[in-house]
Design a protein around this ligand. Structure first.
Ligand SMILES: *Cc1c(COP(=O)(O)O)cnc(C)c1O
Length: 458
């Protein structure tokens, strides 16, 4: 008999999670103004809001927590992290920050000016926020295949070179501070970018003398997909693939809360000494001295180990295949999900799931709320609410996709939890035709509204 797949780790410590009744959840979600970010975590049974900072650390990482060096300057934990970043990414210079958006804030303070244009593959919301906050424009150059959830394409996060070239041709070089490739492409559904595409973008960037940066939050998961799907990479190690990918760029920002396998942290790594010098000034101003930049010594030690563990094949296989297990269950139940499955999350296609709810009434948000009510499961809307208003016209932007993301925390939930989630979704799916109306916004912030927006049920 062939042995089934089993996780390459065992459990050393457990955290209790609470079940609740449907009646309780109906009351709680109303009190939370129908915003899942407003729910306290004890009111959630399975929390798939995000895979950001929610994973489980290893015993090796916890050991680092105990020996963290909390010196203000020149701590040994900083040195460990610096060494690990150099070894994994290959970039020359490095600045720690307290999380990913802080890295963006520091780097963009040095590079982005009013009127600039920053092309990329579906910029992440904080990335876009930091570009637009500086009165610059983020131009989405993702391939069209990314916007059809039923098309099978191995690298849906790829950059469309024609679109990118059009941006290069229609703006002076000085107006394009850099191109940013997000690996994996979060906003397109955790979809990977191929080495070939990265190489081609890099060549085009060099031709037009425009730097290339990575938003590398899930760089390891991206490398796993390359190994699995791209010809010529089957026999390469994840670490070799990661190194090659980064070799085509000038630098990166990262949220270490994802593939850093830590609960808090981030960094900038790059090759240009001038940019590093400028960024250093902003890092000291916004984050802290350059040998901690908003991180504890112990957290830097844990991140140094996390980067190494996240780029091990056995870990990545257990991580990505668990996500795919949930995806396949949903497909078996006929629930419409984005395909191929993303690396860190499964995305429900709300346009196909609840077309009966008007888009103006936030159908993906309505679906996320229903899943909470039925199963105590917290996902997140990646649709019109997240897309925010156009900064100039203040009108709602309707993105091509209306998704609900179920992000799976790393090394945290079991296969039984995945079965539970799939069963709850099947129940929601079976009653989908009864859903006719959604929600109306009664209060929202001027930028990144999804965190604090308040709704009323229609
Ligand atoms: C999470 C994330 C960020 C922002 O990082 P934070 O640590 O949440 O500030 C930026 N880009 C991508 C692709 C991300 O996934």
């Amino acid at each position: 008999m062939e042995l089934p797949y089993a996780e390459p780790y065992k459990i050393k410590m457990v955290e209790h999670i609470k079940r609740s009744t449907k009646e309780q959840r109906l009351k709680w979600i109303k009190e939370a103004n129908y915003n899942l970010f407003n729910l306290s975590s004890d009111k959630v049974f399975i929390d798939l809001l995000t895979d950001s900072g929610t994973g489980a650390m290893s015993d090796q990482q916890w050991a680092e927590m105990m020996i963290g060096d909390e010196s203000y300057a020149g701590s040994s934990s900083f040195k460990k992290l610096k060494k690990s970043v150099k070894k994994i990414t290959g970039f020359k210079y490095f600045l720690p920050t307290h999380q990913g958006r802080a890295a963006e804030n520091v780097l963009f303070s040095a590079l982005v000016k009013e009127g600039d244009v920053v092309p990329g593959n579906s910029h992440f919301d904080t990335t876009k926020g930091h570009i637009e906050f500086r009165k610059a424009t983020a131009v989405d150059c993702t391939i069209d295949e990314a916007f059809d959830t039923s098309i099978i394409h191995p690298f849906k996060g790829n950059v469309d070179l024609k679109k990118l070239k059009t941006v290069f041709e229609s703006h002076p070089k000085e107006k394009i501070p850099f191109v940013i490739i997000t690996i994996t492409c979060n906003s397109a559904g955790g979809q990977p970018v191929s080495v070939q595409n990265i190489k081609e973008v890099s060549t085009l960037c060099k031709q037009y003398e425009i730097p290339l940066y990575f938003d590398a939050a899930r760089f390891a998961e991206n490398a796993y997909f390359i190994k699995k799907r791209e010809i010529g990479y089957q026999d390469k190690t994840i670490k070799e693939i990661v190194k090659e990918v980064f070799s085509y760029g000038d630098g990166m920002t990262i949220s270490a809360k994802k593939d850093g396998l830590v609960n808090m942290g981030g960094f900038i790594a790059l090759n240009d000494k001038e940019v590093f010098k400028q960024a250093t000034v902003f890092n000291i101003m916004f984050e802290g001295f350059i040998t901690y930049g908003g991180m504890n010594g112990r957290d830097m030690g844990a991140l140094a180990v996390g980067l190494n563990e996240a780029t091990e094949f056995n870990y990545l296989e257990s991580r990505v295949e668990q996500v795919a297990y949930l995806g396949q269950k949903l497909v078996d139940y006929c629930v419409p999900v984005q395909k191929p499955f993303g690396g860190h999350a499964i995305f429900l296609d709300a346009n196909k799931f609840v077309p009966t709810i008007p888009r103006e009434e936030y159908r993906a948000q309505a679906l996320a709320i229903e899943l909470y009510i039925v199963g105590g499961i917290r996902g997140v809307e990646i649709g019109t609410v997240l897309a925010d208003r156009d900064p100039f016209t203040r009108k709602n932007r309707f993105p091509e996709l209306e998704l609900v993301r179920l992000a799976i925390p790393r090394r945290t939930y079991s296969y039984n939890h995945m079965d539970y989630v799939a069963a709850a979704l099947k129940n929601v799916y079976d009653t989908r035709k009864e859903a006719k109306s959604g929600y109306v916004i009664v209060d929202e912030a001027p930028i990144m509204r999804h965190f604090t927006v308040k709704f009323e049920k229609l």
